[in-house]
Write a protein that binds this ligand. Sequence first.
Ligand code: GRF
Length: 203
Amino acid sequence: MLKKNKKNNEPLRIAVLGSGKGSNCQSIIDAIANGSLSAEIVCVISDVEDAYIIERGIENGIPSRFISAAPYKTKLDGQAEQNYLEELRRYDAEVIVLAGFMRIVKKRLLDAFPRRILNIHPALLPAFPGVDSWKQALDYGVKIAGCTVHYVDEGIDTGSIIVQRAVPVLDDDTPELLHTRIQVEEHKAYPDALRILRAIIRD
Ligand code: GRF
């Protein structure tokens, strides 16, 4: 008889890093609560002291805190990177979910979590990497926009793609309307990607 590896049944231990309101974090919390994702968010970390994602985490009983990434403005590096690593190890995180985390993750963290760091990007990569990509899409005049969940590598929005979801661009769209429509799909895409990653890790 085949022995069942106990670890296969264990929830995925996810750390969420974010800089903003945390609606993607909420979608993962909801997927766990409704039983469609076998996971636990072990900690939430934000580089923005008053980011709503921290409050959201605390409200949901998740250890959640601000950890400064200063003195850098756009990357997680040096002592700050070390502080993040210590927090991630303290909670024995297996997978890192970047959910609106507005910093470039550097080699030390990538090497500590190979193929275990995901990001969500509000465009259909490889189109429109970087910031405000829904605005880029609207300015360009594409008729289909969307979101991408991908592995994080050393580039900016360049890692291999796990899930994409598309939305139409409407004639009277504003950047805000389009971003809201994309976010509805993001909230399905992240739990989907985590189910896929869980299957890869556990099976
Ligand atoms: C999302 O649109 C995500 O694609 C981008 O930042 C936004 C974060 O939103 N990377 P939230 O904080 O999860 O609500």
